[in-house]
Design a protein around this ligand. Structure first.
Ligand SMILES: C[S@@+](CC[C@H](N)C(=O)[O-])C[C@H]1O[C@@H](n2cnc3c(N)ncnc32)[C@H](O)[C@@H]1O
Length: 244
């Protein structure tokens, strides 16, 4: 794994972006709780990658038994700090077996566009790893490529306190990868750092083909953490699958 890829997730800039959406974790937890009831599942959840623990925190508060895995040492230590009752382990989601052995979970969550950082083969490994850890359902939440390419401006500014963030993204239709550059400025407008990475974006049919190839059965596809059935104009797709 390249050092550049790995180091992004250890930066305060990246962590700050995830902390910005902390409260969304509550909506996810409530949504997941409804799905648990719908499919009559137990309360054992694997949150992978868990990031700062924003979904685990709210799931744990309503009684779920949480295990979180993330490759970033900083993310894992923040999760441990944020979620009192969870178990958080540093590891690579491509090989979950080396982190959690053969343990199975009622619900495995892969939330907030957490595929596509590496190659398609790596994503297949991640999904296979998730399949081997699931005894109930898995939830995969991704940005929708078809929405992103027509709606995300190539250049925009955002205020993500305490930073002013200048975003540049260039989409390559041959590889379906988005090259992303973020420049972080302080409130005086001085550049204090930047992040650069590329991410593979998927259309629904592509990710469904990968899931089916691995033997998953697709139960439903929703728009984000809502009960609206996904359609191609939605920004996010949340795919609910079972391995049985
Ligand atoms: C977009 S964040 C999502 C975090 C969390 N799911 C959430 O909703 O807040 C992506 C996370 O993936 C983690 N990550 C990236 N590659 C990974 C890998 N190969 N194995 C485990 N975690 C990884 C990063 O450290 C980062 O915390």
């Amino acid at each position: 794994m390249s050092d550049i890829y790995f180091s992004i997730f250890e930066t305060d800039f990246y962590i700050n972006e995830i902390l910005k959406v902390w409260e969304e974790g509550k909506k996810w937890a409530e949504w997941i709780d409804q799905l648990k009831k719908k499919y009559n599942l137990g309360n054992k959840v694997l949150d992978v990658p868990c990031g700062v623990g924003r979904v685990s925190y709210f799931l744990s508060k309503i009684g779920y038994d949480i295990t979180g895995v993330d490759i970033s040492e900083k993310m894992i230590s923040l999760s441990k700090k944020n979620v009192e009752k969870g178990k958080f382990l540093r590891g690579d989601m491509r090989s979950l077996k080396s982190v959690i052995g053969n343990e199975k979970f009622d619900i495995v969550i892969n939330i907030f566009n957490s595929l596509g950082f590496l190659s398609e083969e790596d994503d297949l490994q991640i999904l296979d790893s998730i399949k081997n850890s699931t005894s109930g359902i898995a939830i995969i939440n991704l940005d929708n490529r078809d929405y992103i390419i027509y709606n995300r401006p190539e250049n925009y500014y955002a205020f993500v306190p305490p930073y002013l963030v200048e975003n540049y993204s260039v989409f390559d239709p041959f590889s379906s990868r988005m090259k992303i550059k973020r420049i972080y400025k302080n409130q005086k407008g001085e550049v204090i750092g930047s992040l650069e990475y590329s991410q593979r974006y998927y259309s629904l049919h592509e990710i469904i083909a990968m899931l089916k190839k691995l033997g998953f059965k697709v139960l439903d596809v929703y728009s984000g953490h809502s009960w609206k059935k996904f359609d191609v104009t939605d920004p996010e797709m949340t795919i609910v699958v079972t391995a049985f």
